[in-house]
Each structure stands twice: as structure tokens, then as C-alpha cells.
Design a protein around this ligand. Sequence first.
Ligand SMILES: Cc1ncc(COP(=O)(O)O)c(C=O)c1O
Length: 408
Amino acid sequence: MSKGHFGKFGGRYVPEMLIPALEELEKEYLGAKADKNFKNEFNHHLRNFAGRPTPLTFARNLTEKLGGAKIYLKNEGLNHTGAHKITHCIGHALMAKRMGKKKIIAETGAGQHGLASAAVAAKFGFSCKVYMGATDVERQRPNVFWMERLGAEVIPVSFGSKTLKDAVNAAIKDWIENVEDSYYLLGSVVGPHPYPTMTRDFQSVVGKEARKQILKEEGRLPKRVIACVGGGSNAMGIFSGFLKEKNVKLIGVEAGGTGNAAGEHSSRFNGGSLGIVEGYKSIFLQDDDGQLQKTHSIAAGLDYAGVGPELSYLQSKGKILFASATDSEALNAFELLSKYEGIFPALESSHALAYAIREAPKLDKEDSIIVNISGRGDKDLFIVANALKDKQFGDFLKAESSKDGYNE
Ligand SMILES: Cc1ncc(COP(=O)(O)O)c(C=O)c1O
């Protein structure tokens, strides 16, 4: 993996001064990969801190309603901090410890990665700075509140579009200035080599678990494995367990947003083009001058103009099919799973589910589908309440905000 390319994608396009740090990280990671103690410690914390393995739950009611393939849910929402992100954060925190670093730097969009980074920093004794676009700070206040309770410093980024890409730039700048004692904990299978490979490897535990679980339940492999794709960490994690299987179709679901025009969606494979941004080569939603386009999704974690280089490669080879689901399809899927199965999926994961809802009736009753429920929907309380126009919830918020504690 020394060059870190997946076909023409990937690589390491960073300022000269970061090359030694990335080379050191790669060398240390290869050492850790071959080290039994590292693996044992990783597995120990996955079990005892994250709560792995997560269950593979048969969605019996939803399956009966749709009348097609059996739908299984890989419930990553049952992880500590509510999403798959904690899995790779534990891996990276152990790397930081191995390398003798004292500080964790992270960026976050929706806040889930920031939350998981802050949690591992608290557990393993690192100081933690989380860069977050000022717009995201405003719309994801509950996660900011929780990150601060975990002891992290959340730094709003007020330049550019004040969202994830600007937070990434601010985090990289901090890392350049403090590379000696800081570990950059990137949030997905993106960024310069070796991050996409490392994060995929850490997440691959999800694919291993899901494969074993479906074979136990069904005695055969599923016809489809479906995951939502922001940067691509939950998708690469679960897909990696099935990549070699010719008869298992892997489907990545992007955010179709509210329409097809630029700025209305985040579907990189619907209008994106090859570019180099944030240290890696991949497919980006960008204008003719190579400036990243504005993106939109009801799910903050999918609202991103780039996608992991390995996903672009696998797409180009026809190994992963890409589709999209709109904001309203995702919201509908959220409501269906809540009412039929008693599970709130994250709005990100609801996109994968929306595709499964379309696909299941086309398949045979004997077939099965696995949907990666990458996170739980509790974090989306305010977005869902607003989207469903729950006036009483709005009244409750007004009454809450007038209480003394907020106004002193
Ligand atoms: C629950 C959940 N799912 C999916 C994503 C998208 O990230 P990725 O594509 O790296 O899995 C996020 C990002 O914040 C998330 O919080």
C-alpha cells in the first residue's frame, strides 16, 4: 500500500511538510497491523467500550409489509455514541497512543465523528480539539454540547461555506503546526494515504461480523448489501466482508436531497468529476474551476462533496453500484422503520433503508438483503421534529428556551 492508490484514485496530495508525518503514520500502522497485542487491545475495546458485536436483526414486520426479500439490519446504532464511527476512532486512538502523541485533532460535520473522537480522547487520556464549520455548530448544537461535556474543545470555523470542508482545512492547518505531539483523527475513508486504508481496515470488523451473522441465520449469503455513503466509512466497512462475492450486489446510497441541480443534493456519482481535494484524488462535486460545489442533504453526515477514493475505484470497476435516495424518501424510511420495527435509524442510514424498500419487493422471498443501519436516529430529533412540522415540539422548545438557566 506504499503509494496508497486505488487505480487512479487516492494518493497523498499534501503540503511537503506533512509528508514525513504521513510516512511515519504508515510505517507505524504497518507495525501495528502485524502486532498481535495491538489487535487484541483493539478487539478488547470494541467489545468492552463500543459494545461490539452489534446485532444483525431480522426486520420481520417490514419484510412482510413489503412482500419480497428478507430484510436484515446490521444495527450499528447500538454502538456506544450511537454510530459506527466509534469503531475506527478506537483504532486511531490506539495508534495515537502507540505513537506517543498527546493531542487529538479531529474535524466533524454532523458531529457524530467529533463525538466519537471526543469519547475516545476522554477514555485514553488525550486532549481533543474538534474543528466544526460555524453553520454545522449552529445546526448540530446537541452534539457540540456533548463533545464539550466529554472535555473536547469545539472550534467553530468561520471561513468558506462554514461546513465540513472548511473544518477539514482548519484541522489540517492545526496538524501542520502541531505535528510533533498531535494525531489527526480523520473521520472517514477519505484524506491522504494511509487514512482511507487504515479507516477501512478498522471498519472491516463490521463486514466480518455481518457475514458470519447472515450465514448463521440464513445458511447463505445475501443478494444485496446496502449502505449509505458520505465519505464512505460505514459502506467500506460492511462491503469489505462481501467484496469477493460475485453474487452479492453491493449498493452505495448517496443523498439525493431535494433535486438534481447543483446545491440540491450530495450525489457525487451523479454529476461529480475527478479532482484532487483535501489530500486525495477522487470524484468530487465541483464547478468548472475545480471549486467544490455546495451540497445538500437532510442527513448532515451525507452532506459532503467528496467520496473515499476506494469507493470511486470500486465504482469504476463495477463492483459497487451507486444509487441515491431523496430527503423525503429518507424521512419516509425513518418513519417506516420506527413504526414497524421499533428502531429509529439515523437519517444517514435511512437513505440506505429507502433503497432497500424499493429493492426488496423485486427479489424472491427466499433471498435476503442486509442494510447497514450506520447509526441511531436519536441525534436527529430536532431535524425530524422540524421536518414533520411537529408544532407541539416547537412550542416545547420555545418554553424550554425561556427558562432561567439559558437566560442568565
Ligand atoms: C450515522 C452516520 N452514518 C453515516 C455517516 C456518513 O459517513 P460515512 O460515509 O463515512 O459512513 C455519518 C457521518 O457522520 C453518520 O453519522
